[in-house]
Design a protein around this ligand. Structure first.
Ligand SMILES: Cc1cc2nc3c(=O)[nH]c(=O)nc-3n(C[C@H](O)[C@H](O)[C@H](O)COP(=O)(O)OP(=O)(O)OC[C@H]3O[C@@H](n4cnc5c(N)ncnc54)[C@H](O)[C@@H]3O)c2cc1C
Length: 340
C-alpha cells in the first residue's frame, strides 16, 4: 500500500540521484540494477496501486510467481507463498554517505557553513520567536531553526516545548556478506515482503559483496538512539536466515563480513512529518519521521525544506504530510515495511 504523493516524491528523488554526479560534482556509486518486490497478494488486489504508480511514471512490470522462479541470475528461487512480483527496472542503489558529503560540499561551495561534531543543547525563544541556538561549542544567534534530527527529533522539539508530535523509534539492520563467487553490481535487488511479519532484501554492494537488509523488529523494544548498533537475538536471525535460504537456496554458503544497524524516526502512519508544529515558536520548522525510507525521499524533501523556510510554495503538495495530522485525526494509510 502506498500513496500517490509518496510515489511522486520517490520518483523525482530517484531522477535527481541519477544525475547527482553531474549536478553536485560527487560520484555516489549509483547503479541502476532494477528491483523486484515479492508480495503474497494476488495481482488483481493490487490493480489500483499498480495503475496509480504507472500513471505517476513508474515503469512497473507485474510478474507471476512462475515467471520469477528463474529471475535471479545466481540461481532458482522457491516461489512458495508469493502471489505477485512488482518489477521496477529503473530502480537503483547508491551510497548514502557519498550523497550526504556531496550535498554538504555543494552547500559549502555556495556559501553555507557546515559544522560537524556540534551538539545542539538548547534553543532560546523570545516573544514567541526563536532567537538563539545553544551548542556545546558556543551560541548561534538565529531567527530560523529546522529540526531534522531524525531519531533525536523529539529531544529538539522538547527544547521549544513542542510535545504533540508523536515521533517513535524503529531500527533497521544490515548484514554485509561475501558471496561464493562473483556477484555482479547489476544483479537486481530482491525485496521479499511475502512472508507475514518478515521483510528482507538482498542486493549487490560495492566490492563484490552482497547486502542483506532485515526488518524483523520487536515493536515494543526500547531503543536508545545514542547507543544502538545491532541487536537482533540469535533466534530471530536464525528464523530470518532460514526464510532467506528457503527462498534463495543459492545464498546458503555466503559468509558474514559484518552486521550493523541504526535507528530511524518513525511516525504512527510510517510517513514523514513536515511543517511548523502547532504551538511552536515563529521560525521553527520540522522535517522528520522518515520511517525507514528517508534516503530515497531526500532530494525531494531537501528542496521542499528550502522552499518551506523561505516561505515559498513547495514543489510538491505536502498537505498530506502535515506535521499536525495526528492530533487532527488525519493519519495516512500505513507505509509499514517500505524499503528501497
Ligand atoms: C540500516 C539502515 C538502512 C536504511 N535503508 C534505507 C533504504 O534502503 N532506503 C531509504 O530510503 N532509507 C533507508 N534508511 C532510512 C534513512 O536512512 C533515514 O530515513 C534517513 O537517514 C532519515 O534522515 P534524517 O535526516 O531525518 O535523520 P538522520 O539521517 O538520522 O540524521 C539526523 C542527524 O541529526 C543529528 N542530530 C541529532 N541530534 C542532534 C543535536 N542535538 N545536535 C546536533 N545534531 C543532532 C544526528 O547526528 C544526525 O546526523 C535506512 C536506515 C538505516 C538505519
Amino acid at each position: 500500500m502506498t500513496n500517490r504523493e509518496l510515489v511522486e516524491l520517490a520518483l523525482y528523488s530517484s531522477k535527481k540521484l541519477e544525475v547527482f554526479e553531474e549536478e553536485m560534482g560527487q560520484e555516489i556509486g549509483y547503479v541502476q540494477n532494477g528491483l523486484l518486490l515479492m508480495l503474497a497478494d494476488d495481482p488483481e488486489s493490487l490493480a489500483d496501486t499498480i495503475e496509480m504508480q504507472r500513471d505517476v511514471g513508474v515503469e512497473l512490470g507485474v510478474l507471476e510467481a512462475q515467471e520469477m522462479k528463474n529471475f535471479h541470475p545466481k540461481g532458482e528461487m522457491n516461489m512458495q507463498g508469493v502471489g505477485v512480483g512488482l518489477y521496477d527496472k529503473k530502480a537503483a542503489y547508491a551510497d548514502p554517505y557519498k550523497v550526504t558529503v556531496g550535498y554538504a560540499n555543494k552547500a559549502r561551495e555556495l556559501g553555507a557553513q557546515v559544522r560537524n561534531g556540534v551538539l545542539v543543547t538548547d534553543i532560546k525563544v523570545e516573544n514567541g520567536k526563536v532567537t538563539k541556538v545553544i551548542t556545546n561549542k558556543g551560541e548561534i544567534a538565529t531567527n530560523l531553526v529546522l529540526n531534522i534530527a531524525g531519531p533525536w527529533a523529539s529531544r529538539i522539539n522538547e527544547m521549544v516545548d513542542v510535545k504533540n508530535v508523536p515521533v517513535g523509534l524503529m531500527t533497521l539492520q544490515h548484514a554485509l556478506t561475501y558471496p561464493d563467487g562473483d556477484y555482479e553490481p547489476m544483479t537486481p535487488t530482491i525485496i521479499d515482503n511475502s512472508i507475514p511479519g518478515n521483510l528482507y532484501f538482498v542486493r549487490p554492494e560495492s566490492g563484490g559483496t552482497v547486502l542483506i537488509g532485515m526488518d524483523k523488529d520487536d515493536p515494543n523494544k526500547k531503543v536508545d538512539p545514542d547507543n544502538y548498533y545491532f541487536d537482533p537475538p540469535f533466534n530471530t536471525l536464525a528464523d530470518l536466515f532460514g526464510l532467506i535460504i528457503g527462498r534463495m537456496p543459492f545464498v546458503k554458503n555466503y559468509r558474514f563480513q559484518n552486521a550493523f544497524g541504526a535507528p530511524d524516526a518513525v511516525m504512527p502512519d510510517w510517513n514523514p512529518a513536515f511543517g511548523c508544529p502547532n504551538g511552536a515558536p515563529e521560525g521553527y520548522f520540522c522535517a522528520l519521521g522518515f520511517s525507514g525510507h528517508g534516503f530515497k525521499l531526500a532530494p525531494a524533501f531537501g528542496e521542499m525544506i528550502a522552499q518551506m523556510v523561505r516561505g515559498e510554495e513547495t514543489k510538491f503538495d505536502t498537505g498530506i504530510f502535515e506535521i499536525d495530522r495526528f492530533e487532527k485525526g488525519l493519519a495516512l494509510g500505513s507505509q509499514q515495511n517500505v524499503m528501497g
